[in-house]
Write a protein that binds this ligand. Structure first.
Ligand SMILES: O=c1nc[nH]c2c1ncn2[C@H]1C[C@H](O)[C@@H](COP(=O)(O)OP(=O)(O)OP(=O)(O)O)O1
Ligand SMILES: [Mg+2]
Length: 207
């Protein structure tokens, strides 16, 4: 069936948007982001879990735009901080500012020995069809690493310069986009999504 196929990635974070675009590059789907819909009504991330927030974003924008939507809610859970900043990762230092968030993380981890610097990056992805929240597709991905004592690398975004991935002996910010996607929380979630979304999409389209 020849139908217009547009998927809106419900993010205003350009770093995330780049990682999504790659994953759908050969899918025949046109990817838009919220930057293409500057007048769309926003939604507050009031959930208490990654899944709740990802569902909030996906369901809201699918309804408002009347298009299929993919949303991500993600964050860094640091062992020594009892899982913080977690779902508050974007607002850890107050407003949404990567440099301030990273600076605060370094302060909170000050003096912590290497064996206590473990952390998990988490991503929950939700794909939503307009006005069918019960049909939401949900996948998650997680990657373990270590919080560095000094930032390394300047690729990517967010906490990447402080997140060290031992198997590659590199921070996420020292990796190329492809290298990061291969093992990152979002990359792993996108791999799971790639297996299930085409069938889901066909079913939703036919309803
Ligand atoms: O791969 C990553 N590399 C570095 N940092 C990351 C990553 N993945 C999530 N993070 C950080 C960024 C932000 O501080 C928070 C996500 O917050 P989150 O609300 O999901 O995203 P956001 O507000 O940046 O964009 P939006 O809600 O428009 O999708 O965790
Ligand atoms: Mg956000």
């Amino acid at each position: 069936m020849a139908v217009p196929r547009t998927l809106v990635v419900a993010t205003k974070n350009p770093g995330k948007a780049r990682e999504f675009a790659k994953s759908f590059a050969s899918s025949g789907i046109t990817i838009h982001t919220l930057l293409d819909y500057p007048n769309a009504q926003q939604v507050n991330e009031t959930g208490t879990t990654f899944e709740e927030n990802a569902r909030l974003k996906a369901d809201h924008f699918a309804h408002v735009l009347q298009l299929p939507v993919l949303a991500d809610d993600s964050g860094l859970m640091v062992d020594a901080l009892h899982g913080q900043p977690g779902i508050r990762s974007a607002r850890f230092a107050g407003d949404h500012n990567d440099a301030a968030n990273n600076a605060k993380l370094l302060v909170e981890m000050g003096g912590m020995p290497e064996e206590q610097r473990g952390a998990t990056f988490h991503s929950t992805l939700v794909m939503a069809w307009p006005d069918r929240p019960a049909d939401d597709l949900v996948v998650v991905g997680e990657t373990r690493g270590q919080i560095l004592t000094v930032p390394r690398g300047d690729n990517q975004f967010g906490y990447d310069p402080l997140f060290f991935y031992p198997p590659k002996q590199k921070s996420f910010a020292e990796m190329s986009p492809d290298e990061k996607n291969e093992i990152s929380h979002r990359g792993l979630a996108l791999k799971k999504l790639a297996i299930v979304w085409p069938d889901w999409w066909q079913k939703e389209e036919a309803k």
